[in-house]
Design a protein around this ligand. Structure first.
Ligand SMILES: CC(C)(COP(=O)(O)OP(=O)(O)OC[C@H]1O[C@@H](n2cnc3c(N)ncnc32)[C@H](O)[C@@H]1OP(=O)(O)O)[C@@H](O)C(=O)NCCC(=O)NCCS
Length: 217
């Protein structure tokens, strides 16, 4: 599905195993089904907004409405691109990249989840590497930031492997509890030292104004 008037719909990232792009309606439905099947063990909560505590049907619907809301609130000063991740054509999860006043700050944020049955196979590392390539090579970022609860071993391991360094902690509210959040940051030099995954970026040029960037530069 390519909308001339919303160029990110034509943006694609490819790694050896994965494709990252916006989904068509049927693919978004498949993503919602994955959310319904489960994203983590019932006694865990990796997200600041505990959307996965809801019953499966509600969880599925919120995956859809959150996707639409995220795209619907896009501005060049504040954007989040929620890529759907495909492994051999099958929807496996979400990898988002975001920017807040990105043209000035040159810092990109990321967020992600995989269907439970797709976790622990290196997909999380490969999809994060894909959006880091978009950030540093495609959009000339200077830093990438990530945040995970201090007990989220998988997310922290992905960040460590890709070269992020710890950047402080914060006590935050998740549902009705206080949790400790670990902040991490990756600068360009560390990214270059840890860059091993080949990533192809397709369809970026028409998107640059929507990322707040001047296509002439
Ligand atoms: C976080 C997430 C995207 C990582 O993706 P993944 O495909 O499972 O991770 P990978 O297989 O690429 O593993 C990366 C590293 O994490 C480690 N790891 C994976 N699962 C782990 C676990 N449950 N406990 C400890 N380490 C784990 C792997 O051993 C690997 O470490 P290494 O690079 O040192 O070998 C995925 O686990 C997920 O969706 N989790 C639930 C939602 C979530 O936590 N989202 C992030 C919120 S901040």
């Amino acid at each position: 599905m390519h909308l001339v008037h919303f160029p990110p719909s034509g943006l694609r990232l490819r790694t050896p195993r994965l494709e990252l792009r916006l989904p068509d309606p049927g693919e978004l439905d498949a993503l919602a089904e994955l959310a319904a099947e489960g994203v983590h063990a019932p006694d865990e909560m990796p997200f600041l907004v505990p959307w996965t505590d809801a019953p499966p049907a509600e969880r599925a619907r919120s995956a859809v409405t959150h996707h639409w809301r995220t795209l619907g609130s896009w501005t060049p000063d504040q954007w989040t691109l929620p890529f759907t991740v495909f492994l051999d054509g099958t929807v496996v999860g979400v990898q988002s990249i975001s920017g807040f006043d990105f043209a000035v700050t040159r810092e990109a944020g990321t967020g992600s989840w995989l269907g439970l049955r797709h976790q622990g196979k290196g997909i999380g590392t490969e999809m994060r590497a894909a959006v880091l390539e978009l950030a540093f090579t495609g959009l000339a970022a200077e830093t990438a930031a990530s945040t995970a609860f201090a007990d989220n071993a998988a997310s922290l391991a992905v960040s460590r492997r890709l070269g992020y360094r710890p950047n402080g902690t914060a006590r935050v509210r998740s549902g009705d509890t206080a949790r400790v959040e670990q902040r991490l940051v990756l600068d360009r030099a560390a990214w270059e030292r840890h860059r091993t995954t080949p990533v192809l970026i397709d369809g970026l040029a028409p998107c640059l104004p929507l990322f707040g960037l001047d296509p002439a530069r």
